[in-house]
Design a protein around this ligand. Structure first.
Ligand SMILES: *[C@@H]1O[C@H](CO)[C@@H](O)[C@H](O)[C@H]1NC(C)=O
Ligand SMILES: *[C@@H]1O[C@H](CO)[C@@H](O)[C@H](O)[C@H]1NC(C)=O
Ligand SMILES: *[C@@H]1O[C@H](CO)[C@@H](O)[C@H](O)[C@H]1NC(C)=O
Ligand SMILES: *[C@@H]1O[C@H](CO)[C@@H](O)[C@H](O)[C@H]1NC(C)=O
Length: 538
C-alpha cells in the first residue's frame, strides 16, 4: 500500500513542522530532520510501484473527448474565475492526469520550501505575535468526566448522534456567556450545547484515497483559501479525526475544487464536464472500495469547496449532488444544488499572506470620524454590480461607489483603508452569489451590506446576521442610501459592536482556536449531520 507509505511520510513531515512551529525545537535538529525527510521524500516515490492503486479512477484527458458546449452564463463564470486566479501558478494538466505519475520532484520542492518557510517563520515571529495578540483567547475546554467519556465511547456512532440531538433539544438556557455573545446567535443555548457536544463526540474519517495536488494538498492563498485552510486543519486534527471509519460520524472527501480546476479544466473549453466526470469517478471509487458510502448513499459524507465551480463539478453523480453535505462558498439556493438545511454556506476569505492570516484584521476607525457612508470598489461582474454603479457611481458624495478603485484614489487611501473609514461596505454578488467582501468587511469593522438574492449567508443556521449586517434586495438598489440613512445611529452602533464580536468566528488562526472559523465550519457540518438524524419514537 504505497498510498499509505506516502501518507505516513506526509503525516510525519506535518507533525515535524507542527512541532517546530509551535513548540520550541532545536533548530539544528530540525534542519537535519528536514534533510532526512527530503531524501525520504525523493526515495519513496522512486521505489514505489508505478501504478498507485488510488489513481486508477483518473481518466486520461482523451476519455472525455465528447465536449458539450455550455451556456453563455457558464462562459461568464469562466471569465471571472480566470481573472480571479491569475495569481496562482498553473500545474500542468498532463502531470496530474497521467495515472502513473507521482510528481516526485514537485514533492521534494514543496518539502524544501516548507522547511525554508518554517525558518522564515522564526524571523517573522514578532509580527505574528502582534497578530495573535489581536485574538482574545477562548476559555479552555472543560474536562469531560470519565464516566461521561466512557458512556460516549460505549455508544455506536448513530446512537451518539441521537443522544446529541436529544441533548440539544433540551439545551440548558444560557443567558450570557463571557466569550460568546448572545446577540449574534439565533439561539445561544442551542449553539453552545451543540458545540460542546461536537467537541465531546464528533469523529471524522478522512479518506486517504486521491493523489495530490487535487487531494490532500491545501492551498492557503487567495480568494479560495477557505477550502485549503479547512483541509489543512482537518487533516492535522487529533481531536476530531478517527482513523477507524467504524467510529466515524462523518466522512470527509478531502479534495480541492480549485486544484481540480487547475488540473482538469481545459482552458477556454467552457466545459465543466471533465470536472464532473472526475468527481463522479472519485465518488464511485469510494463507494466501490468502502462500505460506508452505500450505507447512507453518501448522506454522512461531506466536502468543502470554495471555488465558484464547486457545485457544478458534482452534477454527474446524483448522490454526490443530492445527498452529500456540501460546504460551499457558492451557496446559491436558486441553482438547485445547494440545499439550505443540508448544505453549509462556507465563508469566502481572501488570504494574502498564508503565514500571517490575521494581518490587517481590526482597526476600523471611530465612527464619528468615518467620512464615508457606503463604499464599494471592484470589477463589474454579474448582474448586480452594473446596476449598483448605474445608480450610485459619482452620484453622491456620501456614497463612494467605484468600479476598480482608481489609482489616483488608491494612492491616497488604499482599499483596506477605505473599508476601515466607511460606515457601511457594500457587498454585491459577482458572477456568483458569494463575495470575499463580506468577511473582509467583518475583518475591517465595516458593517456589510449584502446584495445577493438567493444567497444563504455563512453559518446562517446559528448566526443572526441581522444583528451585524444589512441585507438589501437587488430590486432596492435605487433606494440604497435611503435604506442606510433610515438605520438609527444607536442601531448602527449596536451592529458595529456585534460585528466586532463576530470577528473571532471568522478568523483563520495560525493554529485553530475554539470557536474560530475552522471550528465554526466543522460545527455547521456537524449541525447539519444532526438534522438528518431520526430520533426513534419511544
Ligand atoms: C442552459 O441554461 C438553461 C437555463 O438557463 C438550462 O435549462 C440548460 O440546461 C442549460 N444548458 C446547458 C447545456 O447547461
Ligand atoms: C504509464 O503506464 C502505461 C502502461 O501502464 C505506459 O504505457 C505509459 O507510457 C506510462 N506513462 C508514463 C507517462 O509513464
Ligand atoms: C433556544 O432553544 C432552547 C432549546 O430548544 C429553547 O428552550 C429556548 O426557548 C430557545 N431560546 C430562544 C430565545 O428561542
Ligand atoms: C455500492 O453500490 C454501487 C452501485 O450500486 C456498487 O457498484 C458498489 O459495488 C457498492 N459498493 C460496495 C462496497 O458494495
Amino acid at each position: 500500500m504505497i498510498g499509505n507509505r506516502e501518507l505516513f511520510g506526509v503525516v510525519l513531515m506535518r507533525e515535524l513542522l507542527w512541532r517546530c512551529a509551535w513548540k520550541k525545537v532545536d533548530w539544528r535538529k530540525l534542519l537535519f530532520l528536514g534533510v532526512v525527510m527530503t531524501i525520504v521524500g525523493v526515495l519513496v516515490p522512486t521505489y514505489a510501484f508505478p501504478h498507485t492503486v488510488n489513481m486508477w479512477f483518473l481518466s486520461p484527458p482523451l476519455a472525455v473527448s465528447s465536449y458539450v458546449s455550455l451556456n453563455g452564463s457558464m462562459q461568464l463564470r469562466e471569465a471571472l474565475t480566470e481573472a480571479r486566479v491569475q495569481q496562482f501558478p498553473p500545474v500542468s494538466a498532463a502531470s496530474v492526469l497521467s495515472p502513473n505519475t507521482t510528481v516526485p520532484s514537485k514533492n521534494k520542492r514543496a518539502k524544501v520550501s516548507r522547511t525554508r518557510n518554517s525558518l522564515l517563520k522564526r524571523r517573522k515571529k514578532k509580527s505574528k505575535e502582534n497578530d495573535e495578540s489581536k485574538v482574545v483567547l477562548p476559555p479552555p475546554r472543560s474536562p469531560i468526566p470519565p464516566r461521561m467519556q466512557r458512556f460516549i465511547w460505549s455508544l455506536s456512532p448513530n446512537d451518539a448522534l441521537i443522544y446529541a440531538k436529544r441533548e440539544i433539544e433540551h439545551a440548558p438556557v444560557v443567558i450570557d456567556d463571557p466569550y460568546l455573545s448572545a446577540h449574534i446567535f439565533r439561539n445561544i443555548s442551542v449553539f453552545k450545547r451543540s458545540y460542546e457536544l461536537m467537541e465531546t463526540i464528533l469523529k471524522v474519517y478522512i479518506y486517504p484515497d486521491g493523489d495530490k495536488p487535487i487531494f490532500h494538498q491545501p492551498h492557503l492563498y487567495g480568494i479560495y483559501a477557505s477550502e485549503g485552510w479547512f483541509m489543512k486543519f482537518m487533516e492535522a486534527s487529533r481531536e476530531f479525526v478517527s482513523r477507524d471509519p467504524e467510529k466515524a460520524h462523518l466522512f470527509y472527501l478531502p479534495y480541492s475544487a480549485r486544484q481540480l480546476e487547475v488540473a482538469v479544466y481545459v482552458p477556454n473549453s467552457h466545459n465543466l464536464r471533465p470536472l464532473s466526470i472526475f468527481m463522479r469517478d472519485y465518488a464511485n471509487m469510494i463507494a466501490a472500495k468502502y462500505p460506508y458510502w452505500n450505507r447512507t448513499h453518501g448522506r454522512d459524507h461531506f466536502l468543502v469547496a470554495c471555488h465558484d465551480w464547486g457545485p457544478y463539478a458534482l452534477t454527474m453523480h446524483e448522490e454526490l449532488t443530492k445527498n452529500t453535505m456540501k460546504a460551499l462558498c457558492n451557496a446559491d439556493v436558486s441553482e438547485g444544488i445547494f440545499t439550505a438545511g443540508q448544505d453549509v454556506s462556507l465563508p469566502e476569505t481572501t488570504i494574502r499572506s498564508p503565514k500571517r492570516p490575521l494581518r490587517n484584521v481590526g482597526g476600523g476607525i471611530r465612527v464619528s470620524q468615518r467620512p464615508i457612508l457606503a463604499f464599494f470598489a471592484g470589477n463589474l461582474h454579474g448582474r448586480v454590480r452594473p446596476t449598483l454603479l448605474k445608480y450610485w457611481h459619482n452620484k453622491d458624495d456620501d456614497m463612494k461607489i467605484y468600479g476598480p478603485l482608481p489609482i489616483g484614489i488608491s494612492r491616497k487611501m488604499t482599499y483596506v483603508q477605505h473599508m476601515k473609514s466607511s460606515k457601511y461596505c457594500i457587498c454585491p454578488m459577482g458572477y456568483e452569489v458569494n463575495s470575499p467582501r463580506i468577511v473582509e468587511a467583518i475583518y475591517y469593522e465595516c458593517v456589510p451590506v449584502i446584495i445577493a438574492d438567493n444567497f444563504v449567508l455563512p453559518f446562517n443556521e446559528v448566526l443572526d446576521w441581522s444583528a451585524f449586517s444589512v441585507v438589501v434586495a437587488e430590486k432596492d438598489i435605487p433606494k440604497l442610501k435611503e435604506i442606510l440613512l433610515a438605520i438609527p445611529l444607536r442601531r448602527y452602533l449596536t451592529m458595529l459592536a456585534n460585528l466586532k464580536t463576530v470577528q473571532k468566528h471568522f478568523l483563520w488562526n495560525p493554529r485553530p482556536l475554539r470557536y474560530d472559523l475552522f471550528h465554526m465550519i466543522l460545527h455547521s457540518i456537524w449541525f447539519s449531520r444532526l438534522n438528518h438524524v431520526q430520533i426513534p419514537q419511544s
